[in-house]
Ligand binder design. Structure first.
Ligand SMILES: [Fe+2]
Length: 388
């Protein structure tokens, strides 16, 4: 009774471990170790089904008593006699729930069957001897044969018991479950990647639509994004909780930082002369208007902060909120430097673009004034590494 309970506990522990493993190779190794240890067999191995390539990958135990796979036998197909036995409805021994070498030998010796059947048995026997297997147990998912265990003899040479076979049958169904789980995990991950790419394409299209409104700044959003992404690599890591998430938001935020300009007439944006006070007021509303556009999208929460505060200045003299120092979200301070850098480099209706060295000096001079000092340091480092 106690032994039976241990066996079930052991299986449930292994199943829990398996469900966390999403790599087929690692999963195979864990299972083989489980089988060899728990059944005290000389060696164990398995065929694991790869549905995409419609083939089975073979994994065997290593070590002193381990089996070496013959060269060229790392993959097999449906035509393999063992696979064929479990998939072929016309052949039945033990309801095709398992195969024992000793039984195959016995049936062959009884010689009650037709020549064709005996030939199939001989093929099976040869195949089993190739893997030095004495017991084979399959695991199915619906009609797909997902896994086949092949087990060598016991170290003490005892026969396999019904409990051993049941243990392997339950383990096989756990393996099938783990494989299905891993596949699902992979599918979801791929779907997320597709969605992310789709979102980024949409954001890029939107950024281009904003750029086109402004005759003097073509490609500005794309460049601000590139400078921001180069710069963020040199921001001290203790300032960012999750770099991957932050970078994703920064990319979107930098591309959309001027999305609020969508509500400002083109003749004001492209005016070659000085703007009137009313016009200046209107232009200065674009960070807040941009934030208003993005706020309903909960996935853009951090990105929205970059849009909303990219014209704030470290010394508090920025607009529209006049935030000071560390109150300005980091994402906005990065876009602020990247934005100013690109704006100074480019031609404007009222002036020519400024020389790159001069622009860099100007940014350095504005450390602690217009810009967050940590961001200016990161900018200078990215410049020195030729990444900006
Ligand atoms: Fe702006």
């Amino acid at each position: 009774m106690k032994q039976e309970k241990d066996f079930k506990n052991y299986l449930s522990r292994v199943a829990k471990q398996m469900i966390l493993i999403h790599d087929a190779n690692l999963l195979s190794k864990l299972i083989i170790r489980t089988v060899t240890r728990s059944l005290s067999v000389k060696h164990a191995g398995l065929f694991l089904y790869n549905k995409t390539n419609q083939e089975y990958i073979i994994e065997v135990s290593r070590g002193k008593k381990g089996l070496k796979i013959p060269v060229g036998f790392t993959k097999i197909r449906n035509t393999n006699p063992i696979i064929n036995f479990f998939l072929n409805q016309n052949l039945s021994i033990n309801n095709r729930e398992y195969l024992l070498l000793s039984q195959i030998k016995k049936i062959k010796e009884e010689n009650k069957f037709n020549k064709e059947f005996i030939e199939l048995l001989i093929d099976l026997e040869n195949e089993l001897s190739l893997y030095r297997a004495e017991l084979i147990v399959p695991g199915f998912f619906r009609k797909d044969l997902m896994v086949v265990f092949f087990i060598g003899g016991k170290i003490e040479n005892q026969d396999f018991t019904d409990d051993d076979i049941e243990f392997l049958t339950v383990l096989a169904s756990d393996v099938v479950m783990a494989i299905q789980n891993a596949k699902l995990f992979e599918d979801i991950k791929q779907q997320l990647d597709v969605n992310k790419q789709l979102l980024l394409n949409t954001v890029e299209t939107l950024a281009t639509a904003i750029d086109i409104k402004n005759a003097y700044t073509h490609g500005h959003a794309e460049r601000v994004m590139k400078y921001s992404m180069a710069l963020v690599k040199y921001i001290p890591h203790n300032l960012i909780a999750d770099l991957k998430v932050f970078e994703d938001s920064l990319k979107i935020s930098a591309l959309l930082h001027d999305i609020g300009k969508i509500g400002i007439p083109e003749d004001i944006l492209n005016k070659p002369t000085r703007l009137s006070d009313d016009e200046i007021d209107l232009v200065r509303k674009h960070p807040a208007m941009g934030a208003e556009i993005l706020e309903p999208i909960s996935e853009f929460q951090v990105a929205t902060l970059g849009v909303k505060f990219h014209h704030e200045k470290y010394d508090g003299s920025g607009y529209p909120y006049g935030l000071v120092g560390e109150d300005i979200p980091l994402i906005a301070t990065i876009i602020s430097v990247a934005d100013a850098y690109d704006a100074m480099l480019g031609d404007r209706p009222y002036r020519k673009g400024i020389d790159k060295d001069k622009v860099i000096r100007e940014i350095e001079l504005n450390k602690n004034k217009q810009f967050n000092p940590a961001v200016v340091d990161a900018f200078l480092e990215a410049v020195s590494k030729n990444e900006i």
